[in-house]
Design a protein around this ligand. Structure first.
Ligand SMILES: Nc1ncnc2c1ncn2[C@@H]1O[C@H](COP(=O)(O)OP(=O)(O)OP(=O)(O)O)[C@@H](O)[C@H]1O
Ligand SMILES: Nc1ncnc2c1ncn2[C@@H]1O[C@H](COP(=O)(O)OP(=O)(O)OP(=O)(O)O)[C@@H](O)[C@H]1O
Ligand SMILES: [Mg+2]
Ligand SMILES: [Mg+2]
Lengths: 254, 254
């Protein structure tokens, strides 16, 4: 089972869009995929048309062992793609946990209670390196870093890499698998320049697939669908399908 | 003196771009403007080419009273526009303050120590509603909410409005001045639909100026300049200048 967190504390770089669509593309390649929405803003849940009221089964109640996995895990419009939705009460978890022992191990313990029914677990994280993100980093084994090909892209990276390094002290398996260049508008010089910079910076750890800017990707969440169901012939479907192929091709090497 | 926080916990909606360029446009209209970078990612500081090493004078040392305002406040390439840069140690403030009395009043007290030399103070906030944002909300009097004309735009708003309401218990002057529709691509139906929804939702509290998508706005930070100095003839300059005129026109009514 591969455990992947899609992470970048810079806001609006395509984390949620990547988790939703990469997850769906992997499920279409006969992988059994579980998506976990660890962002209190619950954009991933909304991407599949799900909004959980306070107190209802969600990642929050699952972490606190108030519900069993079977009560929380939801199906999606894609076969073999399931979702653990965020709950609004997730936002308070950071404060509730502050100072308690083992607060960063909640998600790792929760994964231990899940049925062994998945090939991939992919976590969507908030735009921060706080308690929820640390919890997810302690539970995952791979980090995918989406980068927008815009000026601020490289600025926060040293902090992100530093955080991953620190977490590896308690989670030895954690590795940065790669960087996904995204929201790329090949018509602008800025995007081309930044893409070059990203490749110089990360070398082989940049996925070959670049996710192009495509308004269909921004429209799909309004219909609660991943891109390949919303518009099977657009660039967004092509790019995320190609990315999923790259991810699957790495399975042999692991 | 007007004290404005530009806030939206959704990431990548144009908060930093708005603070940098609205601030510069107001300074060009003979207002004396102080920008405060309250985001540990320090994108606003970088927008003006500033990166502060750990321990050097910054918002962090100013809040902790380790430095005087005169040691921290920096000039920018624009006359009458000054900057309080973020420091990397700002990220740790949330944890350092957790549980201490009056932790939300640090910025309000800091503002009291500033010289009375500004017409506008504008704060750039991180994509979260955590301690730094609460600190800034307790010190400000107006909230400007940038909204991207995309699907996830309206989702987090009820939480944002709820947070502002809660803060008003300790800061009676705090008001939501308005919503700025931004990163708008008028060619797409999605953007037009969402813009309509924003106007239906907020009525008169939507600024008439819509900030159009314009790659020049994304290029300007690479040169450490606000848009009107980087490219005086582009849409970005037109839009932020028009927004500044609207903001100034409200002065009489206050
Ligand atoms: N390749 C793309 N082309 C066009 N629009 C995109 C693309 N990827 C994402 N978007 C849109 O850009 C916005 C930001 O993307 P998204 O919400 O996935 O980013 P995020 O990193 O999850 O943001 P946050 O930091 O707030 O969690 C959304 O409105 C999304 O629909
Ligand atoms: N009107 C616009 N047209 C084109 N690009 C824009 C526009 N406004 C902002 N951008 C670009 O979009 C990206 C996101 O903008 P910005 O960083 O200002 O958002 P933010 O809300 O401050 O993000 P964060 O939540 O990470 O603080 C940046 O790369 C910026 O240069
Ligand atoms: Mg997201
Ligand atoms: Mg910002």
């Amino acid at each position: 089972m591969r455990k992947i967190i899609v992470l970048n504390q810079k806001g609006g770089v395509g984390k949620t869009t990547t988790v939703a669509n990469l997850g769906a593309a992997l499920a279409q390649m006969d992988r059994r995929v579980l998506l976990i929405d660890a962002d209190p803003q619950a954009n991933l849940s909304l991407h599949f048309g799900v909004e959980i009221p306070r107190g209802e089964p969600s990642l929050y109640t699952l972490l606190r062992q108030e519900d069993a996995p079977g009560d929380v895990i939801l199906p999606t419009p894609v076969k073999d793609l399931s979702l653990v939705p965020a709950g609004i009460d997730l936002a308070g978890l950071g404060v509730e946990l502050a100072g308690s022992e083992g607060r960063h191990l909640l998600m790792r313990r929760m994964l231990g209670r899940l049925p062994d029914a998945y090939d991939y677990i992919i976590v969507d994280s908030p735009p921060s390196l706080g308690v929820l993100t640390l919890n997810a980093l302690c539970a995952m084994e791979e980090v995918f870093i989406p980068l927008q090909t815009e000026f601020f892209a490289l600025q926060g990276l040293s902090k992100l890499l530093g955080t991953v390094k620190r977490v590896r002290r308690v989670n030895k398996k954690l590795r940065i698998t790669g960087v996904i260049a995204g929201m790329h508008d090949a018509r602008t010089c800025l995007a081309k320049e930044i893409l070059e910079e990203i490749k110089n910076h990360f070398g082989p750890r940049v996925f070959k697939t670049v996710i192009r800017k495509n308004v269909r990707l921004a429209e799909a969440p309004g219909f609660g669908l991943p891109i390949m169901q919303y518009d099977p012939d657009c660039h967004g479907t092509e790019d995320y399908t190609a990315l999923a192929r790259e991810v699957v091709a790495m399975e042999a090497a692991r």
